[in-house]
Design a binder for this molecule. Structure first.
Ligand code: ATP
Ligand code: MG
Length: 152
């Protein structure tokens, strides 16, 4: 259940969000949304993305997580009010060890592996991840996964 997983992710990152006074909004319907996935890996995907959203957003910003679905798919959008990503950099951020601003990101202590792992895990689940971003405004990472087919 994608909803349960995301609730767990929010609990994990909550302290970081409070430190920076960033509010995390979670918009979803009540009913569970079931996909066929390794729950541990799925959690790892969203921990990476929400951690990035918090890391690359200044104090007092916000992160909005929106989950919608149709008969066959679930769509998860994770949107931040952060620093944004230059259009030309977007194709590169999923590469291993790639970080947009080396000077700035050196102090933030990451490795540049997070998104490479995310992409790998998403593809292993036959999902899709895309990014839209505007420098100085924020970014949105969009995911698509197939819902679990349940025989009637
Ligand atoms: P780590 O391996 O610890 O996650 P990282 O966060 O630097 O390190 P990635 O998660 O792979 O590495 O992200 C790669 C780069 O993409 C980041 O260094 C950052 O420049 C950019 N980036 C990722 N997410 C965002 C975001 N939400 N807003 C702005 N830039 C981002
Ligand atoms: Mg990261």
């Amino acid at each position: 259940n994608v909803i349960t997983i995301i609730n767990e992710v929010i609990t994990i990152v909550n302290r970081k969000a409070e430190e920076k006074n960033i509010s995390i909004l979670f918009e979803k319907d009540m009913e569970p949304i079931i996909i066929e996935a390794d729950p541990y890996r799925l959690k790892q995907i969203f921990i990476n993305i929400v951690s990035n959203a918090l890391a690359y957003t200044t104090n007092n910003g916000s992160v909005a997580i929106k989950v919608t679905n149709d008969s066959s798919k679930v769509y998860i959008d994770i949107e931040d009010t952060g620093i944004g990503i230059e259009q030309s950099e977007i194709p590169r951020i999923f590469e291993r060890f790639y970080r947009v601003d080396r000077a700035r990101s050196r102090n933030s202590g990451g490795t540049g592996l997070g998104l490479a792992i995310v992409k790998h895990l998403v593809e292993a689940h036959k999902g899709l991840v895309t990014v839209e971003s505007e420098v100085g405004k924020g970014s949105v990472f969009r995911f698509e996964f197939n819902k679990k087919f349940i025989e009637e």
